[in-house]
Design a protein around this ligand. Structure first.
Ligand code: ATP
Length: 319
């Protein structure tokens, strides 16, 4: 291969820039021309593609978001959209594409690969919901953002003897809620993977109140339901003063943590290695601190697994 491309797609995640930097630098290290595709698959279909140099990715390793921008595109899900994208790539002579994004973006990469256009996926999403990798790029930063926010809420919760319900991101995966709950000593964690046991949440709150607990924190993944409604139900069931905080998009931003920068650098570079080795339709990941790669089709057919031992532990530690 002489020319490859890179794009970021779906929800942005801190560390995507570090991954783009790794792809660009690793390609140039191997004397390969590297092209940045702007605005994800939408920009790809429109031919929004620019040659990148060593300096194009200078001073971005510490920055959140993505310098290539991200977009969601319905048109790209169609046959015509995918054909348009391949035509744009062929026009420049780009022979392989690295896609940094979540499972939706990987579906797109799979479609292009099936049409004979080689793609490699790099898992970049704060949700940590992609099978075949222990961590996705952005998860650690988002986790630390949540922890920082909850620490602050905890201060005011103690002063006013309140119960706080905190809604975090995670439509289908409870990883952020689970890890943040364990890291912050939450009383209860509500995640989509575990059917809600509302009675248990209420009972625990009442037990805590009886032994003079000053405050309680309940963490809820957005996929479980609306934080405001859950807060209202808790208030009605316990008669405790209850406040709700929905952390929202603050979780997506910020400078990536050291772990995310290192992960992004390793995965981005590995993706280039795979393309150069003639591989296609693969995703890169990290398992037991070793770089791995899997067939995208196989991975997308597997369910996301959450660590139920951690869930159990969190319950044991918050009795
Ligand atoms: P996150 O989970 O962080 O939001 P994601 O990559 O899953 O990231 P999506 O919005 O699901 O985000 O997907 C991003 C883009 O990938 C879509 O806008 C679409 O262009 C493309 N895509 C998604 N699903 C498919 C599909 N089945 N076929 C082709 N392209 C797809």
């Amino acid at each position: 291969m002489k020319k490859i491309g890179v794009l970021t797609s779906g929800g942005d995640a801190p560390g995507m820039n570090a991954a783009v930097r790794a792809v660009v630098r690793k390609a140039i290290y191997h004397n390969i021309e590297i092209y940045g595709v702007y605005n994800g698959y939408q920009g790809l279909m429109e031919g929004n593609i620019k040659r990148m140099e060593l300096g194009s990715v200078g001073d971005i390793i510490q920055r959140g978001g993505t310098i290539l921008y991200s977009a969601r595109s319905e048109e790209f899900k169609t046959e015509e959209g995918q054909q348009k994208a391949i035509e744009q790539l062929n026009k420049i002579g780009i022979e392989g594409l690295i896609v940094i994004g979540g499972d939706g973006s990987f579906m797109g990469a799979k479609k292009l690969t099936e049409k004979g256009y080689p793609c490699i996926g790099v898992p970049g999403t704060i949700d940590n919901d992609i099978p075949g990798t222990d961590f996705t790029i952005g998860f650690d930063t988002a986790l630390n953002t949540i922890i920082d926010a909850i620490d602050k809420i905890r201060d005011t919760a103690t002063s006013h003897e309140r119960t706080y319900v905190i809604e975090v991101m995670g439509r289908h995966a409870g990883d952020l809620a689970l890890w943040a709950g364990l890291a912050d000593g939450a009383e209860s964690i509500l995640i989509p993977e575990k059917a809600e046991d509302f009675e248990q949440v209420v009972e625990k709150l009442k037990r805590g109140q009886e032994r003079g607990k000053k405050h309680s924190i309940i963490i809820l993944a957005e996929g479980v339901g609306n934080g405001t409604e859950v807060g209202q139900r808790i208030k009605e069931a316990t008669q405790m003063e209850t406040r709700v905080t929905i952390l929202g998009h603050i979780q997506r931003g910020g400078s990536p943590t050291g772990s995310d920068r290192v992960l992004a650098s390793r995965l981005g570079a590995k993706a280039v290695d795979l393309l150069l080795a003639g591989k296609a339709g693969r995703m890169v990941g990290i398992q037991n601190n070793k770089l791995v790669d899997h067939d995208i089709i196989e991975i997308l057919s597997k369910p996301h697994q959450i660590d139920m031992d951690m869930y159990k532990l969190s319950n044991e530690l918050s009795i």
